[in-house]
Design a binder for this molecule. Structure first.
Ligand code: ADP
Ligand code: MG
Length: 545
């Protein structure tokens, strides 16, 4: 274009109408085609970007969902969600923006350079030299920018985390009156972000100064050197005009290429973690198929099981656990807090693998069973159930694979003694659950209804102490009903018990202390032994009295 443009101007000046009109038509044609092409290019890359972000997020999310539970002990949730959000977006920009702009500008720059070389190679070399200096300065600046971007990203994440924590614990903050302190915590990160942003702006200013100085310098050099050459008759005015125009193209192309390369580097830096996470192999449990048994009666055996959490590999949590639970037996596990009761259940659900020993279900090693199938046979009520933000009905139905009627849901809720309070809510079973609006006991009763609805062969209840309030009676009834539900099938029940009433209903009591089983037997037998259990019971009856 610069060449045709110059030719038309000089043709008009010399009165060459044929060349002038031909070039004008050519210019108009080029103008339209380049417009259409660049529109098409941006559109296509835009669509590619949308598809890419979607697929990146899908891949990353499915990689995350198939990780072991220990992975989630290590990684912060906020961190993972920001990878899924902002970082995926950034990574897709690499393709949609950076790469296509780099290609476009490299093409434009090369074209300009070839034309320059054809015009006059000494002038071309001088322009190239300036471009090299410009790129060096820019790459230096780009490296600085990359570092700054990383810091800004980290500090912003810290600021967000502080704000998120404060806002979600607002009740505690209000009660302790720590608003000022929390504000300071947030502000401290904002200060850091601002400081880096200011330094970045200064660096940008310096870069702008060098860019415009060098850019103007090429024009001045061209005019001075070219003017001398014109006067000595070696170069024509037309050639010099072309040179100036091509030089401009070359410099701008160089600037944009370096700009996009540095943005590419930044994106790659930010996306490192995304790629790393996407490369994680799914956990063995997701991959391996395992055996499905004909029938699960609920015979469970722990043989010499020892365990420590991967996140805290030095601290032994369970040591040499030997426990055999018969089919249809109701076993209560009691013990002081931190003695490893919930951990025992985690192992039974195969959320973690024991480091030594073996767990058997129906005399089959747990490791060889199809764990997804087995989990379908287990009903689990966690100690602190969190419900999904959907209707109570959907929460009760959650994860149930068989056909379910509304009556089944109500029946399960009745058995868990949850029906009464659910019906008293304005929207009944359609009420959208808000974690803060239900009490711990109510949430746990919904969780019990969920477990009952599955009609599991093995029922695991981690009884919550937090639910010990005025609704205790209902709550305990719900638990007992779940344990002693003879309507359909008999089942094996493992209950981590805090209340005497639940302990009473058990066939056998297992007492744990410091990751070991210390006592085992019936209520009366254990009382006679006058050990830890007798003490626990005494402490509890004292507390209730
Ligand atoms: P209990 O249910 O009997 O109160 P837990 O089984 O929850 O006790 O915990 C036993 C020990 O394991 C505690 O010392 C606890 O700090 C530790 N622990 C529990 N969960 C984890 C985890 N995800 N990562 C590391 N340590 C854990
Ligand atoms: Mg526990």
């Amino acid at each position: 274009m610069p060449s045709i443009l110059t030719e038309s101007i000089f043709a008009a000046q010399s009165g060459d109408a044929v060349v002038f009109y031909r070039n004008s038509k050519l210019l108009a044609f080029l103008c339209i085609t380049s417009g259409i092409c660049s529109g098409l290019r941006s559109g296509c890359f835009g669509i590619a970007n949308i598809i890419l972000v979607k697929r990146l997020r899908e891949t990353l999310y499915s990689a995350l969902l198939s990780q072991d539970i220990s992975f989630f002990d290590r990684e912060a949730v906020g961190d993972l969600t920001s990878r899924l959000g902002a970082d995926c977006q950034r990574l897709s920009l690499v393709i949609a923006n950076d790469i296509h702009l780099i290609l476009r500008n490299v093409l434009q720059g090369t074209g300009a350079l070839i034309n320059l070389l054809m015009l006059s190679w000494p002038l071309a070399v001088s322009a190239l030299f300036i471009c090299c200096v410009l790129s060096l300065i820019f790459l230096r600046y780009g490296r600085y920018q990359k570092k700054a971007a990383k810091l800004v990203q980290d500090f912003t994440a810290d600021a967000n985390e502080a704000a998120q924590e404060t806002l979600s614990l607002m009740r505690t903050v209000r009660v302790y009156g720590t608003e000022k302190k929390e504000f300071g915590r947030f502000e401290q990160w904002l200060d850091k972000v601002a400081f880096i942003n200011i330094r970045e702006s200064v660096a940008y200013g310096l870069w702008s100064v060098s860019f415009s100085t060098l850019y103007r310098a090429t024009q001045v050099i061209a005019v001075v050197l070219g003017g001398i050459s014109i006067m000595s008759g070696r170069v024509s005015a037309e050639q010099l005009t072309k040179y100036v125009l091509y030089c401009e193209w070359l410099i701008f192309a160089t600037w944009r290429v370096t700009d996009n390369v540095s943005s590419l580097m930044q994106s790659v830096g930010a996306s490192e973690k995304v790629l790393q996470l996407m490369d994680l192999l799914p956990s063995d449990q997701v991959l391996s198929k395992g055996v499905k048994l004909q029938r699960v009666t609920g015979h469970i055996q722990f043989v010499n099981v020892s365990f420590r959490y991967p996140a805290r590999a030095k601290v032994p949590v369970l040591e040499n656990i030997n426990l055999s639970i018969q089919a249809h037996e109701v076993v209560a596990i009691v013990g002081p807090s931190g003695s490893g009761k919930s951990t025992l259940v985690n192992l039974l659900l195969r959320l973690y693998e024991p480091i030594a020993g073996q767990i058997y279900i129906e005399d089959f090693p747990l490791r060889e069973l199809d764990i997804r199938w087995l989990r379908g046979k287990i009903g689990f009520v966690p100690q602190e159930p969190h419900l999904f933000r959907m209707s109570i009905k959907s929460n009760i139905m959650y994860g149930c694979s068989r056909e379910i009627e509304d009556e089944d849901i109500e029946l399960a809720a009745k058995q868990a003694y949850a029906h009464e309070f659910i019906s008293s809510l304005p929207d009944g079973y359609e009420t959208i659950v808000d974690d803060g609006l239900l009490s711990g006991g109510q949430k746990q009763r919904i969780a019990i209804a969920r477990a009952i609805l599955r009609d599991p062969a093995i029922l695991i209840l981690d009884e919550a102490t937090s639910a010990l309030d005025s609704e205790t009676e209902h709550y305990v009834k719900g638990i007992l009903h779940a344990m002693r539900n003879d309507i359909k099938a008999k089942r094996t029940v493992v209950v981590i018990a805090h209340r005497l009433s639940t302990i009473d209903a058990a066939d056998r009591i297992v007492v744990m202390d410091g990751g070991r089983i210390t006592e085992m037997g019936k209520h009366t037998e254990l009382l006679k032994m006058d050990g830890l259990y007798a003490n626990l019971v005494k402490a509890r009856t004292d507390a209730l009295a």
